[in-house]
Design a protein around this ligand. Structure first.
Ligand code: SF4
Ligand code: SF4
Length: 666
């Protein structure tokens, strides 16, 4: 193995910048990096999730029962950010259904299941000379091959290669900083030429930026081999970095190699930079030079429970259970089975999940390596998490906000900048699974954001529709006005031509007025008597009676005095007599109609008044009475009689009122 001195001579390094925080967990890379990559035999069944990448799931193109060849397209990318999916081996599609996904949530998702036939027969395919095609063809080849970032994120590589900004520096991430994982290390040792070829294709697409391959100094052999392979090649250099976790985080790697910080909310392209994983460079070379889509990858199987720890070339869709069996993992000795590394990986509860394009490691740890998930203790606010956070966040604050579901506050404390490296959880003395809280909070923020967008979309649609209706109404009104103006002009022209003709508009208006008047008359004719009709009739009868009395007295006086107005007074009296009789008849008819008996009411009124007078008289006599007790008995008796008379009167009046109301309502 080359010494550090030897490496420094081979790689005349530029400046290396430190990044904030970071930790030095035990590397444990020796377990798996001692032997060459072993191709795993084709398993009996492959299960391929349609969404193995960031972006829209691929769309299945074939039906159950279809025979497929190795490398055949079986699901196509949907939209710009998506990726194709190919059959990793020949066989028959036996199912298209929901299976458990290799994800911390252990949710199920749509998968294509292929029963392999053992032939491993390739579909027709061929490579191209990248220098003989244009950029669009080159990019299409990478896109068609379904290549996604092999470092863990799974972002479609073709999208990343279409940066709008000018890219000055291409950074190849070969840090592989997470403990236990050695897939990239072995890849560099065994496939350096293919990796460099892939890097050159990427540079060709990005107009030949300078390339820096960032490798931690714990991979001396890989550094030596790559450096050797780069002799005589301009524009690509190896940068050896001190081993510190998480130097392979995209932002941290950029900081280390260029001293630049990607701004909050920004992307490396904003700085003229782009990062690709070393495994992605190899996959791009395979796609372009050999015509092979991404159907397999190198996965580390490691941990003390794996008897054959090492690196395996595994077909995408291989079940973890098959891979474990091949690497002779002792399940009884496995404290935790982790997909990924001990820092960023997640515990698998179901072994029937697939190796996907981003699966770089299966860690079968013994209890000494990784203790089973245990209850954690309360945060003691020691602040150690803050010290090690490479994103310069406040992990304990984020933890509190996530726990309290105060997602707004978590966002304002830059939750989105958390790279889920797990450095905070690794140092936490209370063993709080901090990253799980951050993942939960991020998931909720994403869901809430989607819901807000849906609501906003619905609001915009509603307002647009309302505005459209208003516009249509206004347009109709404008048209109507224009028609009216045109019609008036036409009528005016007609009248000018024939002045004696009847004005049709005036005639129409006259007809409308006549109709209105007729309708009003009909209404009046059938109108109900006013509510106080009875009262009005009584008043009219009383007034005419009074007037008649006055006029009669005046006539009598005039006759007695021989006044000259006797004749005119006689006429007035005669007229008033007629009116008084008419008013009395109207009142009487109305009372008959209502079933009223004014005479009876008068009798009741008199009886009540008399009873009241008796009570008052007895009360007055009480003051001077000698036998007060006897008077008091009489008063009680008189009051009872008065009350009875009043009740009779009120009952009659109540009945009269009810009768009047009934008559008016009917
Ligand atoms: S390291 Fe753990 S206990 Fe300490 S402040 Fe952070 S979350 Fe709290
Ligand atoms: S997981 Fe997030 S909060 Fe914790 S150290 Fe890493 S970046 Fe910081």
């Amino acid at each position: 193995m080359p010494t550090m001195q030897h490496l420094k001579e081979m790689c005349p390094m530029g400046r290396i910048w430190p990044f904030h925080g970071g930790v030095h967990p035990p590397e444990n890379k020796q377990q798996s990096n001692q032997s060459a990559i072993v191709p795993m035999p084709v398993p009996k069944q492959l299960v391929l999730p349609l969404n193995q990448h960031i972006g829209a799931p691929a769309k299945c193109l074939l039906e159950v029962g279809t025979k497929v060849l190795k490398g055949q397209l079986i699901a196509s990318a949907q939209g710009f950010v998506s990726a194709n999916l190919h059959a990793p081996s020949s066989g028959t599609i036996s199912a298209i259904d929901e299976r458990t996904l290799p994800h911390p949530s252990a949710l199920v998702g749509p998968c294509i299941v292929i029963d392999t036939d053992g032939q491993d027969q390739w579909v027709d395919h061929a490579g191209i000379d990248p220098l003989s095609v244009d950029k669009a063809q080159l990019l299409q080849r990478i896109r068609s091959a379904g290549i996604t970032g092999m470092g863990g994120a799974g972002f479609p590589s073709a999208v990343k290669l279409q940066a709008k900004n000018k890219i000055n520096t291409l950074i190849i991430n070969a840090a592989e900083c997470e403990p236990y994982i050695t897939a990239d290390d072995r890849l560099m040792r065994q496939y350096s030429e293919q990796i460099i070829a892939g890097i050159q294709i990427i540079r060709q697409l990005l107009d030949q930026p300078t390339c820096i391959i960032g490798i931690e100094d714990n991979k001396a052999e890989a550094i030596a081999i790559l450096s050797q392979a780069l002799i005589g090649i301009d524009g690509i250099e190896v940068a050896v970095m001190p081993t510190k976790y998480p130097s392979g985080g995209e932002k941290q790697l950029i900081q280390i190699l260029t001293g630049q910080q990607v701004p909050h909310g920004g992307i490396p392209a904003d700085l003229g930079l782009v990062c690709h994983n070393i495994g992605t460079a190899k996959a791009i070379a395979d796609a372009v030079l050999l015509g092979q889509p991404l159907i397999s990858r190198v996965t580390t199987v490691t941990g003390k429970a794996a008897a054959k720890a090492g690196n395996y070339q595994v077909l995408i869709g291989t079940q973890v259970s098959d891979l474990m069996a091949f690497a002779e993992v002792d399940l009884a000795a496995t404290s935790r089975l982790v997909m990924g590394g001990p820092m960023m990986g997640f515990t698998l509860t179901d072994h029937q999940v697939s190796v996907v394009k981003s699966t770089n490691c299966i860690l079968a740890s013994s209890e000494l390596e990784l203790a089973p998930v245990a209850d954690h203790h309360a945060c003691i606010r020691c602040g150690q998490c803050e010290v090690v956070c490479p994103a310069e966040l406040l992990p304990q604050q984020l933890f509190w906000f996530a726990k309290a579901e105060e997602f707004d506050k978590a966002q304002s404390h830059n939750l989105a900048d958390c790279i889920e490296c797990g450095a905070c959880a690794w140092v936490c003395p209370s063993q709080i699974p901090l990253v799980q809280y951050y993942r939960f909070a991020k998931g909720r923020v994403k869901t809430l954001h989607a819901e807000t967008q849906l609501a906003e979309h619905a609001r915009v649609r509603f307002e647009t529709r309302e505005q459209r209706l208003i516009d249509e109404k206004l347009a109709k009104e404008e048209k109507r006005k224009a028609r009216a103006v045109a019609a008036a002009a036409a009528q005016a022209a007609k009248r000018a031509a024939n002045p004696d003709a009847e004005d049709p508009i005036a005639a129409a208006l006259a007809r409308v007025n006549l109709q209105k008047q007729a309708s009003a008359s009909a209404k009046n004719a059938t109108a109900e008597p006013p509510e106080d009709a009875y009262k009005a009739l009584k008043t009219a009868a009383a007034i005419t009676r009074t007037k008649l009395k006055k006029s009669s007295k005046a006539l009598t006086d005039a006759l007695a005095s021989g006044h000259e107005q006797v004749e005119s007074l006689q006429i007035t009296v005669d007229q008033l007599a007629l009116k008084a009789n008419a008013a009395k008849a109207a009142l009487s008819a109305y009372e008959t109609k209502l079933g009223l008996d004014p005479e009876h009411e008068k009798q009741l009124q008199v009886a009540a008044a008399q009873a009241g007078a008796v009570v008052r008289k007895l009360e007055k006599s009480l003051a001077t009475a000698q036998d007060a007790a006897a008077i008091e008995v009489d008063i009680v008796t008189a009051k009872a009689a008065h009350a009875t008379a009043n009740q009779a009167l009120q009952a009659y009046q109540h009945q009269s009122t009810a009768l009047q109301q009934q008559t008016q309502e009917s």
